[in-house]
Design a protein around this ligand. Structure first.
Ligand code: HEC
Length: 147
């Protein structure tokens, strides 16, 4: 019985260790959040440019993804995640964490305002993207390293 319990403990420990893969690292989590923000912004841009027909469900889902991910994003920068996994995060983030957070909150706030009055046609999606796009740029210019 005893050896069985020990075996079980080792097996469980192995499972736990195995579960911590690169995908769980904060660098990977925040890159995934941003990838989805990028894809959602792309879906909105396709509508704004007329490449895709206006679709309220797509607009809503895209805005919701940007909102949720921009709220989760600034929590993915713990000490120790400054480098690794080809991160494009600038060291300036850790020197100006309050300003960095404020830029993420600004994006979330602007997107939530757009969601509250959902753009009803192609032109309105374009206008919303004008606001949202400035938020992307103002953070990337300061806090994302171009590789
Ligand atoms: C608060 C700052 C901030 C805002 C706002 C922001 N980004 Fe980012 N973005 C970053 C940082 C930092 C990275 C690099 C993350 C890393 O590599 O660890 C990044 C990376 C990305 C990436 C690359 C993801 C990958 O690894 O493949 C895309 C795409 C992206 N952002 C799109 C956007 C879009 C579109 C918006 C606006 C809707 C936006 N971002 C708003 C800070 C921001």
């Amino acid at each position: 019985m005893k050896s069985k319990a020990v075996f079980l403990a080792i097996a469980l420990a192995g499972l736990v260790a195995g579960a911590v893969t690169a995908a769980d690292e904060p660098q990977a989590v925040r890159q995934e959040l941003m990838k989805k923000i990028g894809a959602s912004t792309g879906a909105l841009a396709a509508i704004a440019k007329g490449e895709k027909p206006y679709d309220a469900a797509v607009v809503t889902a895209s805005l919701q993804t940007i909102s949720e991910n921009s709220k989760a994003f600034p929590d993915q920068f713990p000490a120790g995640s400054e480098t690794g996994l080809e991160t494009e995060a600038s060291p300036k983030i850790w020197e100006n964490m309050d300003d960095f957070r404020a830029k993420s909150v600004k994006l979330a706030t602007d997107v939530d305002a757009v969601l509250a009055q959902l753009p009803a046609d192609q032109a309105a999606v374009g206008a919303a993207l004008g606001v949202i796009g400035k938020d992307c740029a103002s953070c990337h210019e300061n806090y994302r390293i171009k590789k």
